[in-house]
Ligand binder design. Structure first.
Ligand code: SF4
Ligand code: SF4
Length: 350
């Protein structure tokens, strides 16, 4: 029998802004959603599950990840219940459910906790720089080492166990028996969705937003590769130097546009901004901008006398790698890709 959690709507409210009581179950939202179909009928089903407090069914569902938040359902809801924002809130809630550390939930629900975590890392970086006697070469050396260590450890200790937990909740626990071959055959879907998010093209009038996301993901992954594996800040290879400039510029130009839209609230999807949305776009913008500036200071020989710019970049990087990537909105990129993968596995199970 389905478990009912009477506290669920109060709990979910901590993850976003919407009015569950306003919904009168008309089904308009599902009718207008171009990504919804008979097998994956949302968002109305998700609204119903949320109203009834069926948190067990919600945590077993991949539907919240199949929504790309075009906002069409919210615009057409006659009761202004904002089902698009409900789907977004469910994604945040699910992120917290998958996370074994419990930190995602804490940071999503508590702004003071998030601010404390960000400040703690500011102090940690400055303390570390002081231990290095503010020596540029030494701090940059450890900064580069940190990038490599953070990628490995965050993936191995946080993200991988959380993906396995997601699989356990959505496939193993509901008793879905898929052959091993289905997991292999679906790998292509995982890669394609991770790099292209092509399903978002199914949303009406979404082409430009899809293109912005696509070049942002590309720019971000390439900059990661260029700084970590090609050691952008220390290389003398002209091609790599220019490549890094282009990648970092893509990041801060595109994210500047995201920040602008969130400030202007000119679309349904930017009407409500949770603190985690702000952290994500602002930190990504600052990552691109400070990386670009650090390399510029290196090229015009000003970094030695302006260590502060590298320290600002390092603080942003450390906060990004230890807060936003493992526990914040960055995880949506990963969980959505794996949701598409598991969805395909379920389709193939026969
Ligand atoms: S969320 Fe709005 S459109 Fe969807 S079923 Fe409820 S009232 Fe209708
Ligand atoms: S926001 Fe768009 S994709 Fe998501 S449920 Fe609503 S209409 Fe569908």
């Amino acid at each position: 029998m389905a478990r009912i959690n009477p506290e669920f709507s109060d709990e979910l409210k901590k993850y976003g802004a919407f009015d569950l009581n306003a919904c009168y179950n008309c089904g308009n939202c599902t009718a207008v959603c171009t990504l919804s179909d008979e097998e994956n009928s949302f968002p109305r089903k998700m609204v119903r599950y949320s109203v009834l407090g069926l948190d067990g069914d919600l945590e077993a569902s991949l539907d919240p990840w199949l929504c790309y938040y075009c906002g069409e359902c919210s615009t057409t809801c006659p009761r202004e219940a904002d089902p698009g924002e409900l789907m977004m809130s469910l994604r945040r809630w699910l992120t917290a459910r998958y996370d074994w550390t419990g930190l995602s939930g804490l940071l999503y629900k508590s702004l003071p906790a998030s601010i404390f975590a960000f400040l703690l890392l500011v102090v940690a970086v400055i303390w570390f720089a002081a231990k290095q006697q503010f020596d540029v070469a030494s701090i940059m050396h450890y900064g580069h080492f940190f990038e490599m260590a953070a990628i490995t450890l965050v993936f191995a200790l946080i993200l991988l166990p959380n993906i396995i937990h997601m699989w356990w909740l959505t496939i193993y626990k509901p008793g879905i028996k898929a052959p091993l071959s289905a997991y292999f055959k679906s790998l292509e879907d995982l890669i394609v969705h991770m790099f292209t998010q092509k399903r978002a093209l199914g949303c009406d009038d979404n082409q430009f937003r899809w293109f912005e996301h696509f070049i942002l993901v590309l720019g971000y992954l390439l900059l990661l590769f260029t700084t970590v594996f090609l050691n952008w800040f220390e290389t003398t290879n002209l091609f790599v130097i220019i490549l890094g400039y282009v990648e970092s510029a893509i990041i801060f130009v595109v994210t500047f546009d995201f920040v602008r839209r969130r400030i202007q609230k000119d679309q349904a999807i930017s009407k409500h901004s949770h603190p985690s949305d702000w952290f994500f776009v602002i930190w990504l913008f600052l990552m691109g901008l400070t990386a670009f500036t650090v390399r510029l200071f290196i090229d015009v020989d000003l970094l030695e006398t302006n260590l502060w710019i590298y320290l600002v970049h390092l603080i942003i990087l450390v906060q990004w790698a230890l807060i936003i990537v493992p526990f914040g909105k960055w995880t949506h990129f990963l969980y959505r890709s794996f949701a598409m993968y598991f969805h395909r596995v379920i389709e193939l199970k026969g």
